[in-house]
Design a protein around this ligand. Structure first.
Ligand code: PLP
Length: 408
């Protein structure tokens, strides 16, 4: 084969592939080949299952109808998003703690996490939680940042390390409520993070994609609930888990005007440059849907949907705890993080797949500190969770007869 002359991007070539979900799919397919009638239940992915609210769908339809009229047709919108949506986010979700001019609408948190990395020089060092959502590491490496400090998070340190225990870095990526551990940071933990970042002059990238799951009113839903956070933190968030928009695609980032680089120039100004270069604004249909999500009805629907998933989490947590497993998360987050009492996470994954047709996620896929843990996602239909609980019970009773053929 004739080779092209162009060099491969070295930063992508250097990326060590994360095989987690590919490996899960491979093992699942092998199992299905041997057991074609198996009724698998997937508790392994972080994707929503519950339908959108009627008011959101009505808003899409209304906008779509307007688009077919000469008066209602709209092409490109504002690169930063509809002003009304930015205002509603600032007032309804941040209680006006942030300025609407600092809210930038996007096509989702993952896309923004990638674009935000472009703001910082490739020599920037970054602290990342271990275990963590793999995107923080991969976007760092793809943008040439290979000096990564890992903040090892375990039950022993309540899934958080004070920064003064770690070397100083330019950037700190933090996710609360956390994927995969389900841990949520307390006010005092976040305050210590902000204070220490200020002392070190580091910028925090705070991923709050699961903030609507927080039930404990003493835990901050936004880093801006901490005084002074606007001087050190960018917050990334999304309608994906707030309103089931994983397929619709809509998110936002708050990039406060107070933030500067070490030469005194504005981070927000560069962010605007990145948005206008790499992005042409979020879909106008999705943004209308976003406005409907933030109406009173929409917010009630989101709250009830979060409670639905949290009930799933509670049922799953109970079956593990009753069988002697320590189980973290699931209270302010849709993920359970199960301590496997020394067993390897892929072994337990295989066990649940083989004997119960249940797909989970091995903790090792989220980083070395995830070994010995299993992530279970509560994003599932209730009937599936009821059936999954009964299959887990069977497994724990050492009843290894095949339980994966049950219809539900
Ligand atoms: N941040 C975290 C911690 C996530 O777990 C996810 C998706 O699972 C995302 C961001 C991506 O969200 P979005 O759908 O808005 O791209």
């Amino acid at each position: 084969m004739e080779l092209f002359v162009v060099n491969r991007n070295k930063d992508i070539a250097d990326l060590s592939a994360n095989y987690l979900f590919r490996e899960i799919t491979q093992r699942k397919n092998q199992f299905l080949q041997k057991n074609p009638d198996a009724k698998l239940i997937n508790l392994g992915i972080g994707d929503t299952t519950q339908p959108l609210s009627s008011s959101v769908v009505d808003s899409f339809i209304k906008k779509a109808h307007a688009l077919k009229t000469p008066e209602g047709y709209q092409g490109y919108g504002d690169d930063f998003g509809l002003l009304e949506l930015r205002k509603q986010i600032a007032s309804k979700l941040y209680n006006n703690r942030v300025d609407e001019a600092d809210v930038f609408i996007s096509d989702g948190a993952k896309c923004d996490l990638g674009r935000l990395q472009l703001l910082f020089d490739r020599t920037a060092r970054i602290t990342i939680q271990d275990p963590s959502y793999p995107v923080y590491i991969d976007t760092s490496l793809i943008t040439g940042k290979n000096e990564i400090v890992y903040m090892s998070c375990s039950p022993e340190n309540h899934f958080f390390k004070n920064l003064d225990e770690l070397p100083s870095t330019d950037l700190i990526a933090i996710c609360s409520p956390n994927n995969p551990t389900g841990a949520v940071l307390s006010h005092s933990q976040l305050k210590s993070l902000v204070d220490e970042a200020k002392r070190r002059k580091s910028v925090i990238l705070f991923d709050a994609a699961y903030s609507n799951f927080i039930q404990d009113s003493s835990c901050p839903r936004s880093i801006y609930e901490i005084e002074g956070a606007k001087e050190v933190a960018i917050e990334i968030n999304s309608f994906s888990k707030l309103a089931g928009f994983t397929g619709v695609r809509l998110g936002w980032s708050v990039v406060p005007k107070e933030l500067t680089f070490n030469d005194g120039t504005s981070i927000q100004k560069d962010w605007i440059k990145i948005i206008t270069t790499f992005f042409n604004g979020a879909s106008n249909l999705a943004q209308q849907g976003g406005l409907a999500c933030l109406s009173n009805d929409g917010l009630i629907h989101s709250k009830n949907t979060a409670l639905y998933y949290l009930e799933n989490a509670a049922a799953l947590k109970q079956v593990f705890e009753q069988n002697g497993y320590k189980c973290y998360g699931g209270v302010n987050a849709p993920y359970l993080w199960i301590d496997l009492k020394g067993q390897k996470s892929w072994d337990v994954f295989d066990h649940f797949l083989t004997y119960a047709g249940l797909i989970t996620t091995p903790g090792i896929g989220f980083g070395p500190s995830g070994e010995g843990f299993l992530r279970i996602s509560a994003f599932a239909h209730k009937e599936c969770v009821v059936e999954a609980v009964s299959r887990f019970e069977n497994i724990f009773k050492k009843n290894k007869k095949e339980v994966y053929l049950t219809n539900f």
